[in-house]
Design a protein around this ligand. Structure first.
Ligand SMILES: Nc1ncnc2c1ncn2[C@@H]1O[C@H](COP(=O)(O)OP(=O)(O)O)[C@@H](O)[C@H]1O
Ligand SMILES: [Mg+2]
Length: 374
C-alpha cells in the first residue's frame, strides 16, 4: 500500500500544498508549529478514520475558510486509488473513493482503500487515560477489520441517545416509561453486537501485544488485555456468545432501571466499559512504571498495525508523529525494525539526524509549505 501524492487546500495551516511521497521512509522535518502533525492528520482523514488526534472537523478547516479539501492518490490492493475528502466548517466530512461517495467510517474497512496506522507520543493515554481511550482503540479496530463495524457502532450510539431521551422524559410522561421496555431490548441487541466486535478485536490483538511487548522490552513479561464490563461476570467476557451478551445486558438494564431513571443516564452498557491492560497480572494504568507504560502503548499500536496488515494482506501506511525523539535506544531499535519490515512510512521529526536507516526522501515543512530536499 502506498500513498503517492497528497494535495491539501485550506486544511489547518495549509492554504494550498502538494506533496509527493516515495516508497520506504519519508521523513518530514520542521520546527515546532510548522505543520508536521497537520500533514499526518490529513492522511489519516483520507483513510476514513478522521483526525488521529481526535479533532473535530471544524478545527481542521483553515481559519477564514469554509471548507478544507484533501486529495490523495496511491495504490492499495494492487490497484490505483484516488481518495478525496471535503471537511466542512459547519461539521461533517464527505469522502469519495475513486470519485464515488462512500460512508466515511465504513470506508476504513473497504478493500482498495488507503489505510494508515498512526503512532504518536500521545498514545500513552491508551494506558494512562480514561476508559474512552481504550474503547476507541477497539471500536476503531472493529471499523477497520469489519465492513459493518462502524455502522453497528453508530446504531448503538443512536439507541443510546434514544434511551437517554426517554429516561429524561419518563419523569413526566407515562408513555415514555412504557416505551422504555422496547428500547431496552434494542439497546441490549445493539450493545451486544458492539461488544462482540470489541471482543473479536481484543482476541486478535492479545497475542500480537504480547509478542511485541516481549520483543521491545527484551523481557519475558506477561501482558494481557481483558474486557471489563460491570454487567458481565469477571473473566467471562471472552467466552460469551452474542446471545449471552444480549441476555446479560438486558438483565443489567432491568436492574439499573430505577437508578437510570433517577439520574437520567444509562449507567450500564458498552458506553461505560473498559479494557484492562495487565502487566504481570496487575493493572498497568496503576502499577506499571512510566517506561513500561510507554512500551505497552507502543506495543498496542504495533499490534494494531499487525492486525490491519493481516486483515488486508498488505502493510498499512505507518504515520510516526514525533515519536522517535522520545524513545530510548532500545525501543528506537525496535521501531526502526518495524519500519524497515513495513512498506511505506511517513515520519515527522524536528531534526533529520539520527535515523539509523535509509531515508527515501526528506521533506521540509515551514509555515504550511512543503519542500522536497535531497
Ligand atoms: N484551523 C487552522 N487554521 C489555521 N492554522 C491552524 C489551524 N489549526 C492549526 N493551525 C496551525 O498549525 C500549526 C500547528 O501545526 P502542527 O502540525 O501541529 O505543528 P508541528 O509541526 O509542530 O507538528 C499552528 O501554528 C497552528 O496555529
Ligand atoms: Mg506535531
Amino acid at each position: 500500500m502506498q500513498l503517492r501524492s497528497l494535495r491539501l487546500t485550506d486544511f489547518r495551516n495549509y492554504a494550498d500544498a502538494a506533496v509527493e511521497f516515495r516508497p520506504g521512509l519519508n521523513l518530514v522535518v520542521g520546527r515546532n508549529g510548522q505543520g508536521k502533525t497537520n500533514l499526518l492528520e490529513a492522511i489519516n482523514v483520507l483513510s476514513g478514520l478522521g483526525s488521529h488526534r481526535g479533532a473535530a472537523g471544524e478545527a481542521m478547516v483553515r481559519q477564514g475558510a469554509e471548507r478544507a479539501v484533501l486529495s490523495g492518490t496511491g495504490s492499495a490492493g494492487g490497484r490505483d486509488v484516488r481518495v478525496d475528502a471535503e471537511v466542512k466548517r459547519t461539521g461533517g466530512t464527505r469522502l469519495l473513493v475513486n470519485r464515488v461517495a462512500v460512508e466515511r467510517m465504513s470506508a476504513s474497512s473497504s478493500a482498495g482503500m488507503l489505510v494508515a496506522v498512526a503512532f504518536s507520543p500521545d498514545d500513552l493515554v491508551i494506558i494512562k487515560g480514561g476508559p474512552e481511550e481504550r474503547r476507541r482503540l477497539l471500536d476503531q479496530g472493529a471499523a477497520r477489520v469489519r465492513p459493518l463495524g462502524a455502522t453497528e457502532r453508530q446504531e448503538f450510539e443512536r439507541v443510546l441517545r434514544q434511551r437517554t431521551g426517554l429516561l429524561k422524559a419518563a419523569s413526566t410522561s407515562h408513555r415514555a416509561l412504557a416505551t422504555l421496555d422496547v428500547w431496552d431490548e434494542s439497546f441490549a441487541r445493539a450493545g451486544a453486537v458492539v461488544v462482540r466486535n470489541r471482543l473479536a478485536v481484543l482476541d486478535r490483538l492479545r497475542p500480537e501485544v504480547l509478542r511485541r511487548y516481549r520483543s521491545v522490552s527484551g523481557q519475558a513479561g506477561e501482558v494481557s488485555v481483558e474486557y471489563k464490563a460491570s454487567w458481565l461476570e469477571p473473566g467471562t467476557a471472552s467466552a460469551a456468545s452474542e446471545e449471552g451478551l444480549r441476555a446479560a445486558l438486558f438483565d443489567a438494564l432491568a436492574k439499573a432501571r430505577s437508578r437510570d431513571l433517577e439520574r437520567g443516564v444509562s449507567t450500564v452498557g458498552p458506553q461505560r466499559d473498559d479494557v484492562e491492560v495487565l502487566l504481570e497480572g496487575a493493572d498497568a494504568r496503576l502499577f506499571a512504571s512510566q517506561g513500561e507504560q510507554r512500551t505497552l502503548a507502543l506495543s498496542l499500536r504495533m499490534a494494531e498495525r499487525d492486525l490491519v496488515a493481516a486483515n488486508r494482506g498488505e502493510d498499512p501506511i505507518l504515520l510516526l508523529d514525533d515519536i522517535f525523539s522520545e524513545l530510548d535506544e532500545v525501543r528506537r531499535g525496535h521501531l526502526v525494525e518495524m519500519v524497515a519490515a513495513s512498506g511505506q512510512t511517513i515520519a515527522t521529526a524536528t531534526s533529520g539526524a539520527g535515523w539509523p536507516m535509509a531515508v527515501s526522501q526528506t521533506l521540509t515543512v515551514e509555515a504550511g509549505r512543503v519542500l522536497a530536499r535531497e
